[in-house]
Design a protein around this ligand. Structure first.
Ligand SMILES: [Zn+2]
Length: 473
């Protein structure tokens, strides 16, 4: 049965949704102020796996992912580039989403922008003010941290330690240095919205409380985000939701699920440090499926230290999987079981895959089973076992859902096996090439979608775009 690690309790617990058969999940998304790097793709790919595995296990999943489209960094960049904040945010959000589609990340049920949720944000702030959990000062509104009954319970920190240890943004208006802004009073040249407590814009933490509440209600089963968000973002979000939604100590989140950071030579990738490997370039160079697989080759809770060599090695290993799929295309189903240890590895592969993902979404173990199966199948086929090819094919088909999770559904399909695509698709492909050459990525993406609707997938390889029919495994 599925078991999931929870940051709040620090334990892997058997998973049970509040409403049987239905899962609600909220994941903190990106602040789109610059080009996305590999670190931004990790939570998206991880949550894509989680969502697909939950579907596979029979749950209906409602997933909300937010886009923080108003934020200090966005405002700074937009001012420096002399463009409207909304235009800068939309440009980078569109690029990010296009990259996610290329990585096979399905759209969440709700993709929710902070600026489209100012109303529920204001409602929550009014409630916090009415309960004495927040106060107005200098045009801003702050959360009164000492009014929270158990501040620090999620991140396992004590208030006394925080007061001395944490770097805190100084403000003359705060009653306590730990208090944080729910609403920032209007400043010249910045976006602002009217509110009963004065014109301004929402603080970062309150937007997630408001969006989770708006789409999912006061209780959610799973809450995700990078481990760097545990404190202060999720701690703040948790206590303000507790107080605004009258949860009275009842946890609003069933499982807090945090993914590890992507690092480069041990240092966290970040736009501000400039050590991030640009995501679109990596996909161009190595192909989408190997990038996705590489992100899943380390357990989601561990840090992933990116190196170009590591990714290249993974991509090489991945080719073996693709080649096996090509080799077993059209093999007749195995009439009799394949004897011996290798036969057993093949036969039990779908079961092993499910078992790995049930164990706190252990994707490296799942990939390990896949590579073991590929090795066993190749060895048996090399020995001339026709039954092995049939069994490998049958197992790949049987494990289709799980393989789709790992990204194999697309990658293992035969490369242009059907020869040239039909005329209309070739025309769309040529148009897309032109759009890309003109750097009109929105149009290129629309053309890619048009091709997908007609059953053709484009993969951007180093040697040029590869178009192939959507062949379900
Ligand atoms: Zn958030």
């Amino acid at each position: 049965m599925l078991a999931v690690y929870d940051t709040a309790t620090g334990a892997v617990r058997p998973f049970e949704s509040r409403v049987p058969g239905q899962v609600t999940a909220y994941v903190c998304g990106v602040t789109p102020y610059a080009e996305a790097h590999l670190g931004h793709a990790r939570p998206a790919v991880v949550w894509d796996v989680i969502t697909r595995h939950l579907h596979h296990r029979g749950y209906r999943v409602t997933l909300v992912v937010n886009i923080t489209d108003v934020d200090d960094r966005l405002i700074e960049r937009a001012l420096a580039q002399r463009v409207p904040v909304a235009a800068l945010a939309e440009k980078h959000a569109a690029q990010y989403l296009a990259d996610m589609h290329r990585l096979g990340v399905a759209d969440p049920t709700y993709l929710s922008r902070a600026t489209e949720n100012v109303e529920p944000i204001i409602t929550l702030i009014e409630r916090l003010l009415a309960r004495g959990a927040a106060y107005q000062a200098g045009g801003d509104v702050y959360l009164r941290v000492r009014s929270a009954p158990d501040y620090g319970a999620l991140s396992h920190r004590r208030l006394e330690d925080l007061r001395v240890g944490v770097r805190i943004v100084p403000s003359a208006h705060k009653e306590d240095p730990l208090d944080f802004a729910l609403w920032k009073g209007e400043r010249p040249g910045e976006p602002a919205w009217p509110a009963p407590f004065g014109r301004g814009r929402p603080g970062w933490h309150i937007e997630c409380s408001a969006m989770a509440w708006r789409y999912l209600g006061p209780h959610i089963d799973l809450h995700g985000g990078g481990v760097d968000l545990v404190f202060p973002h999720h701690e703040n979000e948790r206590v303000q939701s507790q107080m605004a939604l009258d949860l009275h100590g009842e946890p609003g989140v069933g499982w807090w699920v945090h993914n590890g950071m992507v690092t480069s030579s041990g240092v966290k990738m970040s736009k501000s440090l400039g050590n991030g490997a640009a995501l679109s370039a990596l996909i161009e160079q190595h192909g989408a499926a190997p990038v996705r697989g590489y992100l899943l080759s380390v357990h989601y809770r561990s840090p992933l230290d990116y190196s170009e060599e590591g990714l290249r090695d993974f991509a090489r290993g991945w080719e073996r999987v693709e080649r096996l799929w090509e080799a077993v295309q059209g093999a007749p189903p195995a009439a009799e079981p394949v004897p011996g240890e290798r036969g057993e590895l093949l036969a039990r592969f779908p079961e092993h895959l499910d078992g790995a993902l049930d164990a706190d979404f252990n994707t490296p173990a799942a990939l390990g089973h896949l590579f073991d199966m590929v090795r066993a199948a190749n060895a048996l086929i090399a020995e001339g076992s026709r039954a092995a090819a049939g069994l490998a094919r049958r197992n790949l088909l049987a494990a289709r859902d799980a393989l789709g999770i790992l990204g194999l559904g697309g990658a293992a399909a035969p490369a242009n096996r059907a020869g040239q695509p039909p005329e209309p698709i070739q025309r769309l492909l040529a148009e897309r090439d032109r759009a890309r050459a003109d750097k009109d990525y929105a149009r290129a993406d629309a053309l890619r979608r048009a091709m997908a609707e007609q059953g053709w997938v484009v993969e951007d390889r180093r040697e040029g775009p590869l178009v192939r029919p959507v062949t379900p495994l």
